[in-house]
Design a binder for this molecule. Structure first.
Ligand code: ADP
Ligand code: MG
Length: 331
């Protein structure tokens, strides 16, 4: 085999994070007012002594990140939502975005629906579209978004300490159930089908909660690849482990009434696309959560421990190991 072929075969086996670490981390020593580079939900750039700019980018590819049948308004909405979710995980206030749109042909009806979906969420989040790029090719949507955060107050994946409570917003696993429903793997009653498919296609990013958690959470991440995978990033970056109390996992009625407890845990722990926040809070700040997140639903699901790894405990006190590992981009 030619050496290039060997390299490529090896590369196909590399996970996304190995690729980033090997080829895209530390291209240059940090300078130019960059406070945080590769490795968190967004990078941070020092704008002034008071303010930092959080910058993130995400791509959605047809047939990979959304089924080909997804409505154009939902594709646009979600492309923005996943970026707002990364800004939320940094505690940043959205300010602007750029859009790179690649589509197979110009279809005005499709484009007007796409534009409508984008503007709907942009208005709620008060984020301006300030530029982009439009090209012909297989349907791919990339949005780069920027947000502002008071200097030094951004939330990071690093910072969780042994004894901190582990929290999540909303409910987990709904988007995964919605995908199973769309793919015909499960037959749901109509109301649950609508609910879970909406959770998949139109997630509600938690940017207000993220901003409110500044100064309270010791770490934060958004759940895009599944709780185990994303909490795993917090644990690795913070050099700690976690115990999850499965009984405390927040489940919607759609999940708890259609799945067995084991199926529900599996989905809540490993299904991606929920775009809820996972964050940690020390015991002496737990009372503050009631004030700042009073209108949001959030749950304490476990505790940070010094022993590495994640231990999921059933109501009977047994250890549960989910079969899936969360969404893998290059599996
Ligand atoms: P998220 O799921 O929060 O969007 P990712 O898992 O996509 O984050 O990426 C993890 C980290 O790696 C982020 O800091 C991201 O900016 C960085 N990253 C991903 N791909 C690349 C790349 N091709 N070049 C440089 N950095 C990258
Ligand atoms: Mg993220």
């Amino acid at each position: 085999m030619h050496s290039l072929d060997i390299l490529m075969a090896e590369d196909i086996l590399m996970a996304e994070f190995d690729i980033i670490a090997r080829y895209f981390s530390n291209l240059l020593p940090n300078k130019n007012n960059i406070a945080l580079g590769v490795g968190d939900d967004a990078a941070l750039y020092n704008l002034s002594e008071e303010t930092q700019l959080a910058i993130t980018i995400d791509t959605l590819v047809a047939g990979v990140h959304f089924p080909e049948t997804t409505l154009p308004e939902d594709i646009a909405y979600k492309a923005l939502a996943v970026n707002l979710s990364d800004l939320a995980a940094m505690g940043a206030t959205p300010v602007w975005m750029t859009l790179a749109l690649t589509c197979p042909q110009i279809e005005e009806v499709w484009l007007s629906k796409f534009s409508y979906g984008l503007s709907k969420l942009a208005e709620i989040a008060q984020i301006n579209l300030i530029g982009g790029d439009t090209t012909q090719g297989p349907l791919t949507v990339t949005i780069q978004a920027a947000g502002l955060v008071p200097f030094g107050q951004a939330l990071h994946r690093q910072g969780a300490k042994s004894g901190d409570g582990i929290y999540v917003t909303g409910t987990l696993g709904d988007a995964g159930l919605g995908l199973a429903s769309i793919l015909g793997q499960i037959n749901l009653p109509k109301s649950f089908r609508y609910y879970t498919e909406a959770r998949l296609n139109r997630p509600i990013p938690r940017w207000l909660e993220g901003q409110n958690l500044r100064g309270i959470a010791t770490s934060a991440i958004d759940i895009s690849d599944g709780l185990i995978a994303d909490l795993g990033h917090i644990l690795t970056m913070s050099s700690v482990g976690a115990q999850i109390d499965l009984e405390q996992l927040p489940l919607s009625e759609a999940i708890s009434t259609t799945l067995s407890p084991i199926e529900a845990w599996e989905l809540a722990l490993t299904a991606g696309d929920d775009y809820e926040l996972c964050f940690t809070v020390p015991p002496n700040r737990e009372k503050l959560l009631v004030d700042i997140l009073s209108t949001s639903n959030y749950s304490k699901i476990g505790i940070i421990e010094s022993t590495p790894g994640i231990r999921c405990i059933t109501p009977e006190g047994m250890t549960f190991t989910p079969k899936g590992q969360g969404y893998q981009h290059f599996s």
